[in-house]
Design a protein around this ligand. Structure first.
Ligand SMILES: Cc1cc2nc3c(=O)[nH]c(=O)nc-3n(C[C@H](O)[C@H](O)[C@H](O)COP(=O)(O)OP(=O)(O)OC[C@H]3O[C@@H](n4cnc5c(N)ncnc54)[C@H](O)[C@@H]3O)c2cc1C
Length: 381
């Protein structure tokens, strides 16, 4: 969005110490670290409101690691980075758990673990290699060389430390615990830097901020051209059934290299999401939040094939926009030539795995120049 000459004349000027742009999981966690750990006076601005982006639309899987199987992560990023990212996801999940524990409102969390399943013999081989690599690094898992569910899968890895959470309530609770003031319906459309001051033009205010942290994930390329080609908006689709009498799966299930995911909700429904692999031209590169009937039909057929006993009608279908990074790792840094404007974006469908710890590092980097390790954009030199 831009703002016209006529509208701009109506905008109030407002001084801010630490401004977070984006009130999703990552912006909420960043607001918490800036306010409660570093003692800054924090304001959060969002184009919509807290949790209305991907953070309130996701499947709620707190699943360890990256979006690629562990041995592939070692091949792609090197062993040290793969291990660091696993540790970063463990740190994120510890942080989410402590937010749940300290919350004034009940945030449902199910310590159910997750089950990664192979849909083909080829994927089963991948799972076996991943299991070996995880085991070698002392990471607690349980490998099944056959289908542990008897539903037509080929192998499985249980990750007992994973969990399922209610992501919208988690986002709202983390934001409440941050103590920050949230200004909703207030999109940022331009950022300018001069000396010690950052001017942030928004729909209603012109903020004069000492520090600004962008937590705008999929929408980042619309805000600053630096992110074009580095963060790609990618649509995801979900459905949820009416309540069931029996739970078909006691874990968070994940298969087809992470393209499919399913779990029971806290009110006894079955949630199924994914299917994007077969419709990449329609789903990748779009920030249009709408249902794709082709993906939804695929989800219906998947439900029939792998969970035929789930005959309850579908109660709701929805979509959401994720921010995929160009190399699969989150991006933490400061904008070129704008050292007071930081960012934590590009969570590649894994914000619950990597968001809280990346936000923690992003605030440290912005305020104290501390390198953010494997998620720091300094990795590109
Ligand atoms: C259907 C679906 C299922 C998913 N399942 C999982 C899962 O099970 N586990 C998991 O770990 N991850 C999952 N994800 C991904 C996860 O939701 C994201 O990685 C995570 O929410 C990212 O959090 P965020 O705060 O960076 O982004 P968001 O929650 O998208 O927040 C970004 C915020 O920035 C605001 N914003 C953007 N531009 C501007 C601007 N110019 N001015 C002001 N505000 C702006 C937006 O309004 C939004 O509120 C899923 C995503 C989807 C869509």
């Amino acid at each position: 969005m831009t703002v016209s000459h006529w509208q701009r004349a109506r905008q109030q000027e407002r001084e801010v110490d630490f401004l977070v742009v984006g009130a999703g999981l990552v912006g909420s966690a960043a607001a918490y670290f800036a306010g409660q750990v570093h003692g800054r006076d924090v304001v959060v601005t969002d184009a919509r409101d807290a949790g209305l982006g991907a953070s309130g639309r996701n499947a709620g899987f707190m699943i360890s690691g990256l979006d690629t199987y562990y041995h592939r992560a070692i091949e792609q990023y090197g062993h040290a980075v793969a291990r660091e990212m696993w540790a970063l996801s463990a740190r994120s999940m510890d942080l989410w758990r402590s937010f749940v524990h300290n919350s004034d409102v009940d945030v449902p969390l199910n310590e159910c673990g997750s089950l990664l399943l192979a849909e083909t013999p080829e994927e089963a081989k991948e799972l076996e290699c991943a299991a070996r690599a995880l085991d070698k690094d002392g990471i607690e898992i349980n490998y099944h060389s056959r289908d542990p569910l008897g539903r037509g899968y080929h192998a499985g890895i249980e990750q007992p430390l994973d969990a399922g959470v209610q992501p919208y309530l988690l986002t709202r609770s983390v934001m409440a615990q941050s103590g920050a003031e949230v200004i909703a319906n207030n999109e940022v459309y331009a950022i300018e830097c001069a000396d010690e001051r950052v001017t942030v033009y928004t729909r209603r205010y012109r903020f004069l901020a000492r520090h600004v942290l962008l937590c705008t994930n999929a929408w980042s390329p619309q805000l600053d051209p630096y992110f074009v080609g580095k963060v790609v908006p990618t649509r995801a689709q979900c459905l949820v059934t009416e309540p069931l009498e029996h739970t078909p799966l006691p874990w968070c299930g994940y298969s087809d290299y992470g393209y499919m995911y399913y779990r029971s909700t806290f009110d006894g429904r079955f949630l199924l999401g994914g299917g994007r692999r077969h419709f990449q031209r329609q789903e990748n590169g779009t920030s249009e939040d709408r249902l794709n009937p082709n993906v939804q039909a695929f989800l219906d057929s998947y439900l029939k094939k792998y969970f035929p006993e789930v005959t309850a009608p579908v109660a709701q279908r929805w979509s959401g926009i994720m921010g995929f990074s160009c190399d699969g790792l989150p991006l933490v840094g400061t904008l070129p030539g704008k050292p007071r404007v930081g960012f934590a974006v590009g969570f590649t469908g894994h914000g619950l795995a990597m968001g809280a710890a990346s936000a923690e590092r992003a605030v440290d980097k912005l305020l104290h120049g501390v390198c953010a390790g494997a998620v720091d954009v300094a990795r590109w030199g």
